[in-house]
Ligand binder design. Structure first.
Ligand SMILES: [Zn+2]
Length: 66
């Protein structure tokens, strides 16, 4: 039985491919533990943003016309 090593598909800012090993070679998201942790952080950040939207010039209180 040959176990293939699947690399992380994340590229850094310099567009260099990550050399880490994907956590799950069969998963749709091929990502290493380091980047998985980063993704988790981003999710937490996005969730926090969703709760308290800080959008300048966003939707303000709508005017009821009439
Ligand atoms: Zn990675």
């Amino acid at each position: 039985m040959s176990e293939r090593i699947v690399r992380c598909r994340v590229h850094n800012r310099l567009n260099d491919p990550c050399s880490g090993e994907a956590v799950d070679p069969d998963a749709e998201l091929l990502i290493c533990t380091r980047h998985l942790a980063e993704a988790q952080r981003l999710i937490a950040e996005a969730m926090g943003r969703a709760v308290t939207p800080a959008s300048p010039g966003g939707r303000e209180a709508r005017r009821s016309h009439g």
